[in-house]
Design a protein around this ligand. Structure first.
Ligand code: UDP
Length: 403
């Protein structure tokens, strides 16, 4: 784990000095993060790097995980899809299952934080334990067009929080409490994003039998329908008619995502006759994800819906040409034809991929722009600053001085 000093060459001394000043003001406050999985997916990814850095800065940050069984996570996955606007049959029984597990967690999880920072819908009901402490609900989902039944249900909890946080302006909702817009971020020094020697990249390619002399197109994502892995294969097949290339679809499954295994099988079935398609079920292995991203000629994120899309930031930071859908937080990261190419369909994606593969100079230029865009907006240091300002704002006019 990198120390805060190591970020100075990347973002500059003054950024780190500011973080120290903010952290000083939060001394004595416990910030307790709560989510539903310690590994897999963007939320765990961010907490794994955010919590140790806050601690190093002197903020007493903690991280707890709620418990839930298969039925609970089936329901929360359904809620997740419905909040993203996908059609789902939500029954009364789903709410009962959600509440049964929530009730157990209300009894078992100690919400000791001065600030209790709840991530996403799974632990949202814990707010019933609210006492004199401050509660924040952090929504990582694009809820701009949510299923009304699920949203109304969540609202019965949200209204008891002190503040909410959304990832992008378009995700915010009309709410009776304060809302903050804070984009997620990536850690440039994590195993996932740090520079890697070429030998390490080559070693990972050898491990997965991927050759170097055909262009590599890659999507790294959980095997989830909203990530549209079948759409990625369709896009690749359209490119393949003109350019002999390879496709890597690499992903794991998250502990709170029960659909993964099924989608993985569908993807395997779709790809099975083509030796140039590499379907990799990665165990949580950040270095390998890093190596695969670095080995790629083009990175794709063809999501149908997306929260923020950390995989896009990771690819852009590596100065890769990225083709991604114009959904969720992706357009915040990709300015079309400046820091990547946006698409809306397999045809659009294949056109953009071909443009990059046929014009390496263009691909390189957009990749360079992309890296600077991430440096300026989506690194962990900016995120730490936003979070600490948010925490301080909760005490406006109270016992600690607000900057
Ligand atoms: N990820 C990973 N291994 C995988 C699939 C994804 O480490 O097999 C990481 C990926 O690199 C990114 C995060 O999980 O850091 C996914 O975050 P994103 O916002 O892209 O999507 P989410 O899974 O939260 O919908």
């Amino acid at each position: 784990m990198a120390s805060i000093e190591e970020y100075i060459p990347i973002v500059g001394q003054s950024v780190i000095d500011d973080l120290r000043l903010l952290a000083e003001r939060l001394k004595g406050k416990i910030v307790q993060n709560i989510n539903s999985t310690p590994v897999g997916g963007g939320v765990a990814e961010i907490l794994n790097c955010m919590v140790p850095l806050l601690k190093e800065l002197g903020v007493d940050a903690r991280w707890d995980v709620i418990k839930g069984g298969e039925q609970f996570f089936d329901v929360t996955k359904k809620f997740h899809n419905a909040l993203h606007g996908r059609k789902e049959e939500i029954e009364d029984r789903d709410f009962d299952i959600f509440m049964e597990t929530s009730q157990k967690n209300i009894e078992e999880v100690n919400t000791y934080g001065d600030i209790v920072y709840i991530h996403d819908p799974q632990p949202i009901a814990l707010v019933r334990k609210k006492e004199n402490n401050k509660w924040i609900w952090r929504c990582h989902i694009d809820v701009s067009n949510p299923n009304q039944k699920v949203w109304t249900f969540l609202m019965s909890f949200i209204q008891h929080y002190d503040s909410t946080v959304f990832s992008a302006p378009s995700f915010s909702r009309k709410l009776p409490i304060r809302q903050f817009l804070i984009s997620p971020s990536i850690d440039p020094l994590s195993d996932k994003n740090k520079e890697l020697p070429q030998e390490t990249v080559d070693e990972v390619l050898r491990k997965y039998d991927i050759i170097k002399d055909k262009p590599i197109i890659t999507q790294i994502s959980r095997f989830d329908r909203l990530k549209d892995p079948l759409g990625v294969i369709a896009s690749y097949k359209l490119v393949k008619q003109y350019i002999d290339c390879q496709l890597i679809l690499a992903g794991g499954t998250a502990a709170d995502d029960p659909e993964g295994a099924k989608v993985f099988e569908e993807v395997q079935a779709e790809a099975k006759e083509d030796k140039d398609i590499h379907i990799l079920l990665l165990p949580q292995n950040d270095m390998e994800v890093n190596a695969l991203q670095r080995a790629s000629d083009v990175i794709v994120q063809k999501s149908l819906k997306e929260g923020f899309g950390l995989t896009v930031s990771e690819a852009l930071w590596k100065a890769k040409p990225v083709v991604a859908s114009n959904v969720g937080g992706i357009p915040l990261q990709i300015k079309h034809k400046y820091s990547g190419l946006l698409c809306h369909s397999p045809e659009g994606a294949s056109f953009a991929i071909k443009q990059f593969l046929n014009n390496p100079q263009y691909a390189k230029k957009l990749g360079e722009n992309a890296r600077e865009h991430i440096r300026n907006n989506f690194l962990i240091t900016r995120h730490l600053r936003d979070y600490m300002l948010l925490f301080l704002s909760l005490y406006r006019g109270e016992d600690i001085e607000y900057l």
